[in-house]
Write a protein that binds this ligand. Structure first.
Ligand SMILES: C[S@@+](CC[C@H](N)C(=O)[O-])C[C@H]1O[C@@H](n2cnc3c(N)ncnc32)[C@H](O)[C@@H]1O
Length: 278
């Protein structure tokens, strides 16, 4: 049974939209590939350790950890990306078990992994309290949780805020998901992981995108970045003037964050150790 069939929670519809939205993300794996090694190194993944990659997409972190000698599993909401993840593992010559699932209800026993990783993945779960509890539940005492997330104050965080503002209001009574870039704020990360962890540490890095011009970036992200594509398709159909305003705002945002021909997207790396005897 797949995750979409099991989900009877208030966010079931939200997650089925997420699945659709992210299904075209594979074309971006070149960019996330380039930073996957940083997360694996930051978490100090060692040969023989058992590692879970949450929101693994096409498996770039999972494959990187497996190539470093870890025993890896990957989980993601979006079946289309998992197909590509399996191909990536075969091509890289590593064995990884990829499963469809939801970070808010992980299909693993307690204390199963030495390391739980997520690169721009778990931040899209609508209920951070559930995602956090699940990631910590499957982590062994003494194990490490580490993730890369987009801070609210940089390019991707601003883009998510813009998308959030422009999105037509949800139907009355629909549950409201937490904004993903909250996970890019170290204070919020500290609060969310709370007393369950120790040795919290942070770092920052950037993921670069080619930018021959702001219009090149707009055309590219509009075609390949699910959340923006979904928004603009809807606005083009329902509120075309607003769609053009959003495009103009994105061009400004791109200009503000471009240096030469490079769009720099800063992100936060967080790591902590689960309390308890190892
Ligand atoms: C920006 S992509 C990142 C993919 C991959 N980690 C990478 O770095 O290339 C976000 C991923 O999170 C996944 N995702 C979103 N919500 C999720 C959830 N509730 N549980 C598991 N995965 C989720 C999406 O399907 C998508 O693959």
């Amino acid at each position: 049974m797949n995750a979409s069939m099991q989900d009877t929670t208030p966010f079931a519809q939200f997650k089925s939209l997420q699945r659709e939205m992210w299904s075209g993300f594979a074309v971006n794996e070149g960019f996330t590939t380039m930073v996957a090694g940083e997360l694996v190194a930051f978490a100090k993944v060692a040969p023989g350790e058992s590692v879970l990659d949450v929101g693994c997409g096409t498996g770039v972190v999972a494959v990187t950890a497996a190539r470093a000698g870890a025993r890896v599993k990957g989980l993601d909401l979006t079946p289309a990306l998992l197909e590509r993840a399996r191909e990536n593992a075969v091509l890289a010559g590593v064995e990884i078990e990829f499963v469809e699932g939801d970070v808010e209800a992980l299909p693993y026993p307690d204390n199963a992994f030495d390391v739980v990783l997520s690169q721009f993945g778990h931040m899209f779960a609508p209920r951070p309290d559930l995602a956090t509890a699940e990631m910590l539940r499957v982590l062994k005492p003494g194990g490490r949780i580490a993730f890369s997330t987009w801070p609210p104050e940089h390019a991707m965080g601003s883009l998510f805020a813009l998308i959030g503002r422009a999105m037509p209001a949800p139907s009355p009574g629909a549950p409201v998901p937490a904004p993903p870039p909250q996970w890019g704020d170290p204070n919020i990360v500290r609060t969310r992981l709370g007393e369950a962890v120790m040795g919290m540490r942070f770092s920052r890095s950037s993921m670069n995108l080619p930018a021959l011009s702001p219009h090149h970036v707009l055309v590219s992200i509009e075609a390949t970045f699910g959340p923006l594509k979904t928004l603009l398709q809807r606005l083009d159909a329902e509120q075309p003037e607003k769609a053009q305003t959003v495009r103009a705002e994105i061009l400004r945002l791109v200009k503000d964050n471009t240096d030469g021909n490079v769009l720099r997207q800063f992100y936060l790396l967080s790591q902590a150790t689960k309390k308890g005897a190892a």
